[in-house]
Design a protein around this ligand. Sequence first.
Ligand code: HEM
Length: 506
Amino acid sequence: MFQDLVPGFDALAVGLLALLILDYIRVSLRQGLRTLPGPVLARFSYLYRLLMVYNGDGPANYLKIHQKYGPIVRVGPNEVSVADPKMIPVIYGIGSKFTKTPFYDTMAPVYQGEVMDSMFTARDPIYHKHLKSSVSQIFSMTNMKNFEVYTDECTQIFMDAMLDLENQSLDFSKWLQWYAFDVISAITFQRRFGFMEQRRDVDDMIGKIDTGLQYVKILGQLPFIIPILRRALLSRQFQRLNLLPDTLDRFMKITEEEIDRYDHHSVENRKAGRTDFLAQLREKEERSGKISHRDMMNHLSNNLLAGSDTTAISLRAMIYYIVRTPHVYDKIQTEIDEADRHGRLSKFITYEECLKLPYLQATMKEAMRLHPGVGFPLERYVPPSGAEICGHRLPAGTNVSISAPVIHQIKDIYGEDADCFRPERWLEASPESLKAMDRYFLSFGHGARTCIGKNISIMEMGKFVPQLLRHFKISWASPLPEWRTHASWFWKQSGLIVRLERRVAP
Ligand code: HEM
């Protein structure tokens, strides 16, 4: 049929096919990459990478290919996955010239018709530095005391709900996410979205992030599409087609409302002693100069996006592993009860108090080691000078990455039983081993682009989990023996069904 419409179609088709094949061969023979081990399909096509993550099993599949091919594997035409911990400082260390890849562009929100790169998605180091400079103090450990009051308010609401729902089967996968989301919005601008009060996904906000992440999971594996899509997203004609849902629109609107609300009541706010993120940013402006409305929007909305799922996943991991490992549950309960009996715990356990519960802290680390919040590889481009990775000279522009779920299974670092949940490993290790375990712990990333919000999460989890265990006995109530997990950047879990029974603290 095409032959009738286009004279010489056969020749054209054969020519195009030949060009395509030649291009595939050229790409697969790329200097520096052609000697790397890996599956044949990955040399030619992005399909392999896509198939590895498509079903949500990315963490297990990356582990498998490294078990099969070794510490360096070619996983795409220009993509290399690394499982050698010594390469972590090389790729991610402070001062490293490796930059984030376009994968991160898939997670940048659009605001007022323009892409708004956040501190997390920014690929340009200068722009990243600009964004970071206005908030790094607010994220510092010493500032966490200003946020505790907001977490305590949310904890009270959570506890009241648990009393109300005592002895019923509860989907804790949802409850813990509602908690984490309400906490981060309260810390960010003193407003709870009300997930816990309404006991539902208000305005489908969590559902919308999940939908967005399904796009991230797929499009992020196809780097040639990302720049086209980024341009299309900004074109009015494309927007009118409504092909991609605007999953972040609601967050932007709420963030705008909250900035407005603050600015209209700034005098009363000050009298009321607001210490949330927004109030602190406005105070910082007074001391060191204007922060643009766009940067303000950027920081506040990013807190919601970067700080809710991640903390919820880590809370789920803690509760799941504690409940499923009776001897751990006994030990952590004993530690909490003893501290309580000796009057070392306030009505709401403070951040300072929870840092003095070593078994709790070890349990938190161990849960995040076995189940890191981010299950995908952290992609970076090799700088213009090229780089020596696992004994191979990789050319500039190669996409290299390391995954936390893979690194955390390395027996030389975490022990022969690295695949088991055993918080004791963090307490028994020699100082030297502990140093290595900490250095290669990748749940919060590493180096120059490490998680800036980690103090918030460590404070939140460290306060909340012992508070919950102090007042409730939690038991597994699912008909299934396990939870389910799905990684689409965040490594989310579902099916964490438990039953709570109140207990009298000693
Ligand atoms: C347990 C909870 C958390 C986990 C597991 C986590 C994980 C991570 C990881 C792995 C990275 C590095 C990403 C990369 O290198 O590509 C990162 C970066 C980041 N995280 Fe977190 N995060 C958590 C909590 C938070 C919170 C509560 C916030 C904010 C309120 C936050 C804000 C950020 C930001 C802004 C970045 C980018 C930092 C930069 O590039 O300078 N995170 N996080």
